[in-house]
Write a protein that binds this ligand. Sequence first.
Ligand code: PLP
Length: 462
Amino acid sequence: MKTIFEPFKIKMVEPIPILTAAERQAAIKTANFNLFTLPADTVTFDFLTDSGTSAMSSAQWAAMLLGDESYAGSTSYQRFQRTIQNLTGLEHVIPTHQGRSAEALLCQALLKPGQRVLGNTQFDTTRANIESAGGISIDLPDPANKNTQAEDPFKGNVDLHALKQELEDRSSEVAFFVMTVTNNSVGGQPVSMENLRTTRQILADYRIPLFIDCARFAENAYFIKTRELGYAAKSIPSIVSEMFSYADGALMSAKKDAFANIGGFLALKDARLAEDVRRRMVITEGFPTYGGLAGRDLEAIATGLDEIQDESYLSYRIKSVDYFGRGLEEAGLKVVKPLGGHAVYIDAKASVPHLAAAQFPAQALAVALYETIGLRGVEVGSLMFGHKDEVSGEEIPAPQELVRLAFPRRVYTQSHIDAIIEGAHEMARTLDQLPGYRIVEQAKFLRHFTAKLDRQDCEVQS
Ligand SMILES: *Cc1c(COP(=O)(O)O)cnc(C)c1O
């Protein structure tokens, strides 16, 4: 069937803001051309992130009403614990208020200053937690992801040769390994079961523990089922079980593949490590059976973790991202391949080649998508990852100029996507005239969140 239909019906609705083009132009100017500064009630289609933006099901809302708010040992915790034990096969389950607090607890417990943490590419908060504990984060991504147009099925893999080399050279300095599934920092590309299994075998020789950052474990399992030889007939839960069978622990932001608006967890095999984490967490997170969450949040997460493994949902999810990407491509934009995962990434270098890196081409495209369609994405390019050289004062650009359009789960329908694609066709007609931007004001760290920008054509006019 060509039509992708949502495998759910809607019983509660939320109106979306619809503005005129003039209103959007005024709003983005007031926001200093920074999409993070834009108030949500000026955004028609919000694809800024898929984090904490899911629509919960009626089953999740119903479970929330059963939330047991007992301080210690609540029945909601017991259900949360059982669900995650069944999911991961890991015995010790520690709730946390977000993914990054699970990272912080793990790094504090397991990392000594100067030690190294390896991975297929750490997510920003994971890297920040490693570094803030005095560790060194080493990313070993598969070189396949450098070519944005290659249709490689598992571009999220770790580079096994680089991993072996790193361990031969300095294995005694390595504290642990994190496999992020899907690999968010390289475009949400998946990791194959074979890569995970081989990584496990390599690490076992050195007795280095393997943790899975499983924010999008179900999406990764679906890619294994549909792209990896030998998995087509296996069920999603059995693929998920095999993935976790290679891990000594798992960290999760439940704001992704648990359909929850807040929450996370750390699940561990080792009882002593779990005990250490539980002792630490009371200082910042709360008692170990609630971890900074309400009992009702634990219920929403437990229910969401079961729901996300539904194959008809996963098929709809991945197919609709694919449909969106193809539509943008037909409109004349270049997108990162293969499509799928939690977002579509537009390659701005290829889409607006008349703009130099110093003119922030991906930001130019992101602003234009807002102005013409009311669509909010995020720049993942020189505004986010470029920086000023300390000595020369020169701007060092990022390796890639991308606009990420992340899909909230179960929020937008296919007709929303069709409307965006229609708008993209219109925008594409003026692509070669998009103005560049310059930074007027910026913070020293994470400048993209607060930077003020100005449009280069405005300057000419004024
Ligand atoms: C979102 C995310 C995190 C951090 O989780 P928060 O809940 O935002 O703290 C960590 N790893 C990955 C892969 C993520 O996508």
